[in-house]
Ligand binder design. Structure first.
Ligand code: FE2
Length: 312
């Protein structure tokens, strides 16, 4: 904080409500905002200029609205410092922070505008990998991951209802214990795969029934969630990424109807249109492809995907 801020310690700082700020004080604060905004006026990149000037206005509006104390400012700096220290190639605390603030989801919403009946997008998450095993339609992505078998089937079409043959589908999910394969201690690949829709836009595969899991919560973001009484748990879900020529790439999940965490998903990823019925079948119930699951119960879900056109 500014060393010339005076002799008051953070504890002595008063926090007047905005309406209690004098005209002179308000003028002083607004003059600073103006000067900082104007400091970016010379940026040759117009978009960068817009971003920095808008960020300045909103940041100062926040500081002034809450009348931030110097000790709170210090805590904020410490929080961001801790987030930096825990961040590695495998652990991105700033994305986590963006996620729990809803900033990731808002960015997804802005960049996936409503288009007809196009399937809604949701957060990408940190667990996608490029090299998922390629499976045939009807194949199994589990790859040894623990969990109840789940048959997933559906179609891929455009917003006029025409099938999208050959669309590429990536799917990935946590195992029954809530872990993605990249979190395993070894290098196994499990609970992820890629496949192509057939010539009528149909697809199907075996996976495991999704279960809830927590986002990493042993760092500053987790401590913040605990401090405000929020759960780190994500609602049970199965990730999809669907790409096709001339279509907007869709990154989404499907969620399990009845999951009690649908209304408290820690990253705000749930959309009602993405909540699906996972029909539970008792052991011995014949499977769609005749697969013998011995004495295991299994679930079945349908997910028809509608792709928007590629933005021009
Ligand atoms: Fe996930």
């Amino acid at each position: 904080m500014n060393a010339e801020a005076g002799t008051s310690t953070p504890e002595q700082t008063t926090t007047p409500a905005p309406q209690q700020v004098s005209v002179e004080q308000r003028a002083r604060e607004e003059e600073l905002v103006t000067r900082v905004v104007e400091s970016f006026a010379g940026a040759s990149d117009a978009r960068l200029r817009q971003l920095m000037q808008s960020l300045t206005r909103h940041l100062h509006a926040f500081l002034r609205e809450v009348r931030l104390t110097e000790s709170e400012w210090q805590k904020g700096i410490e929080f961001l410092t801790q987030a930096g220290h825990i961040t590695t190639d495998q652990r991105q605390e700033f994305i986590l922070l963006s996620d729990v603030l809803g900033a990731s989801m808002q960015t997804v919403a802005i960049n996936n505008e409503v288009y007809g009946k196009a399937t809604e997008a949701t957060v990408f998450g940190p667990f996608f990998t490029q090299d998922a095993p390629l499976i045939e339609i009807g194949g199994d992505i589990a790859g040894g991951a623990s969990g109840q078998p789940c048959w997933v089937e559906g179609t891929i079409s455009d917003t006029d209802g025409n099938p999208v043959p050959g669309a590429h589908i990536d799917v990935w999910e946590a195992d029954e214990d809530g872990f993605y394969d990249v979190q395993y201690e070894d290098t196994r690949t499990a609970a992820r795969g890629q496949l192509f829709a057939d010539d009528q836009g149909r697809y199907a595969f075996w996976a495991v029934t999704p279960t809830p899991y927590p986002i990493p919560h042993d760092g500053p973001v987790g401590r913040m969630l605990a401090a405000v009484g929020r759960s780190p748990m994500r609602a049970s879900h199965l990730h999809f990424m669907v790409t096709a020529q001339g279509r907007r790439t869709l990154v989404t999940h499907i969620f399990v109807r009845g999951d009690e965490r649908l209304t408290s998903d820690s990253v705000f990823g749930v959309k009602e249109s993405l909540v699906k019925d996972f029909e539970l079948n008792a052991p011995g119930t014949p499977t769609p492809d005749g697969r013998d699951l011995a004495d295991s119960a299994w679930s079945r879900v349908g997910f028809d995907i509608v792709l928007a056109p590629q933005p021009t």
